[in-house]
Ligand binder design. Structure first.
Ligand code: F6R
Length: 606
């Protein structure tokens, strides 16, 4: 996720900005840049790569000055490169930005008509141009930033400086931005760790705030230009705690980031009023000619594919075959040009998934990747790509990448269904409406996290767990069991609930807790019978459902109730309590949650 910082005061801005950027490195980035103001001139230096390399380059150019802004970029629009790195400039306006500008294409076209020339592929570049455009129309600097902010749709935290003015302006909507309060100087940043070395007095800017900093101090305006007061908080975190946003582990932070990760993945793509999905100019082949879809991936991403199969087959009526990437190419799959291959990967660098892409291309299929990392091999080399905008995932166990992958698969299914004429506008509006409610419903689950922690305390000492579910809930329990085993080292296996009688039921006794995912859907009654079977063998049931009236709730040991949603989106909601259960058990057992033994974040060997 991008990190922004800005400084104005009496000290050398360069050192302060570089130190602050280094404190934001944990967020992940692919390029970095800095702009420093010196006697009415702004020097901008940016490049692909690490902050240390940026520092070397800037030092070699003798950059100097007492006001500046800087940025670490995690690419969302446009590959990682110098031209796409921030800061972006238009005339004497220089901007750093974190977030996604939903209406940038519209604004870009309008500004181009007014003579503005663009040099990057980013959404951000419209911001300095828009501000500059207002200045040309006679507005002052503060008003120009405020009016530009009024026009931006989507999310932003921005830092703006101008050659003609020794003033720094910051603005925010739906992306975090804080102000470090110090006598005679000011620092802004997207996260607390960046400023902790200088101050622990922090203001959290609110949505639509515009903060103006100069030699004498700062003031905060609302979007209409009225002065507003914001509380100054005293932060007691250490640097390490602050990087994790106060959470004990990155994994827990990432679990809690899922409402925003999904919101970011939806931004600019779902048009509920029109019943439309827009997928980043994706050029798919004629879908009427696609006879079969393959979905191929590894680990958690493979589970997302299995969920995709349920969504696609029931709605699009196209056969979908899901494969584990490490198996795929060795069985010489029968693929041809009437097939589409969908590869799902957080990193975009998983060796077996890349090999599967080659297999599909060699056999003339259309290859589409769903990735989280811009510029990754799968993103670059597939015929088409859709990005999950989950932001960097640092914990080894995948959480927000998984739920954003399901989000993208659902959008893709709607997009394809519309093209195939399978949904009318009202049906699309309804499904998109449900999708838009998902971040809020996830938040409801997160608000009850302590109930799951309680459950974890009760079951943490067991050595084996069985996870069962039916239909689309089956891949969800596979993912739940994977989470538990990889971070707690407890043996956990998942079965389709109907398979229990065919073997695993032999394992059930009072020492074998069974996690059951049983929302109200077409297989509800059948899953109730499976719960009966477990109880009859003195098995302990942890029930996860979407109703307070589940007929087995009174008879099982533990129940957690989730918000209701539609069948295809249930896996996103169900993922959250199962991730939390795994997390809290592992944490209570004291394992290395973020870097479990023997595991790597990106498996780049076959
Ligand atoms: C499990 C996990 C792994 C990855 C798998 C694929 O929590 O993170 O199973 O899902 O290694 O990685 P990507 O999605 O990067 O291809």
């Amino acid at each position: 996720m991008c990190g922004i910082v800005g400084y104005i005061g009496k000290k050398e801005a360069f050192n302060i900005l570089i130190d602050a950027l280094k404190k934001l490195e944990y967020r992940g980035y692919d390029s970095a840049g800095i702009a420093v103001w010196n006697k009415g001139k702004i020097e901008v230096i940016r490049q692909k790569g690490k902050v240390d390399e940026l520092k070397e380059l800037a030092l070699s150019k003798g950059i100097k000055g007492t006001m500046g802004i800087a940025h670490t970029r995690w690419a969302t629009h446009g590959i990682p490169s110098e031209r796409n790195a921030h800061p972006h400039r238009a005339k004497d306006i220089v901007v750093v930005h974190n977030g996604i500008i939903e209406n940038y294409m519209e604004l870009k076209q309008r500004l181009k008509k007014e003579g503005h020339k663009f040099t990057s592929d980013t959404d951000t570049e419209v911001i300095p141009h828009l501000i500059s455009n207002y200045l040309e129309k006679g507005h002052d600097f503060i008003d120009a930033v405020r009016l530009a902010a009024c026009e931006l749709k989507g999310s932003y935290a921005i830092g703006v400086i101008r050659e003609k003015d020794r003033t720094m302006i910051a603005a925010k909507k739906e992306s975090p931005l804080i102000v470090g309060v110090i006598d005679g100087e000011s620092i802004i940043a997207s996260d607390i760790p960046a400023v902790l070395d200088m101050t622990n007095k922090i203001i959290f800017l609110e949505d639509n705030d515009i903060a103006i900093f100069n030699e004498t101090g700062f003031k905060i305006l609302d979007i209409e230009g009225n002065t507003v007061e914001r509380t100054i908080h005293t932060i007691k975190w250490t640097g390490a705690m602050a990087q994790k946003g106060g959470y004990k582990h990155f994994m827990l932070k990432e679990i809690f980031e899922q409402p925003i990760a999904i919101t970011d993945t939806l931004i600019g793509r779902v048009k509920e009023d029109k019943g439309e999905i827009e997928l980043d100019d994706l050029k798919l082949p004629d879908l009427r000619k696609i006879k079969k879809i393959w979905m191929v991936a590894c680990g958690t991403s493979y589970h997302a594919c299995l969920i995709g199969k349920y969504m696609f087959e029931s709605n699009l009526k196209i056969p979908v075959e899901v494969d584990i990437a490490s198996e795929f190419r060795y069985r010489d799959p029968i693929i041809n040009k009437e097939h589409m291959l969908i590869l799902v990967s957080q990193s975009g660098e998983t060796a077996d998934t890349i090999a599967a892409m080659k297999e599909g291309k060699n056999k003339n299929a259309y290859v589409l990747s769903i990735c989280n990392v811009l510029g990754s091999t799968l993103a670059r080399d597939a015929h088409g790509v859709i990005f999950t905008h989950a932001g960097p995932e640092i914990g080894v166990a995948s959480t927000k990448a998984f739920t954003t992958q399901i989000t993208v698969l659902f959008m893709l299914m709607l997009f394809a269904g519309k093209r195939l004429g399978l949904f009318n506008t009202r049906q699309l509006q309804e499904k998109i409406g449900e999708l838009r409610k998902i971040p809020h419903k996830i938040q409801e689950v997160l608000n009850n996290a302590e109930n799951i922690e309680e459950m974890a305390r009760k079951y943490m000492t067991y050595k084996d767990f069985l996870y069962i579910g039916r239909g689309i809930n089956y891949p969800s329990v596979m993912e739940g069991a994977l989470k538990l085993k990889e971070i707690s080292y407890i043996h956990a296996e998942a079965y389709a609930a109907g398979e229990m009688k065919h073997g695993p039921i032999a394992l059930i006794d009072e020492n074998f807790p069974v996690v059951v995912l049983s929302p109200i859907d077409t297989t509800y009654q059948k899953t109730c019978s499976n719960i009966e079977e477990v109880l009859a063998r003195r098995g302990k049931v942890l029930l996860f459902t979407d109703t307070t009236e589940h007929e087995m709730a009174q008879r099982v040991e533990s129940t957690f109730v989730m918000p209701k949603t539609i069948y295809e989106l249930q896996p996103i909601i169900s993922a959250i309590p199962l991730q939390l259960l795994a997390y809290y058990i592992a944490n209570l057992l004291g394992t290395d949650v973020d870097q479990p033994r023997n595991l790597a974040k990106s498996v780049t060997v076959e």
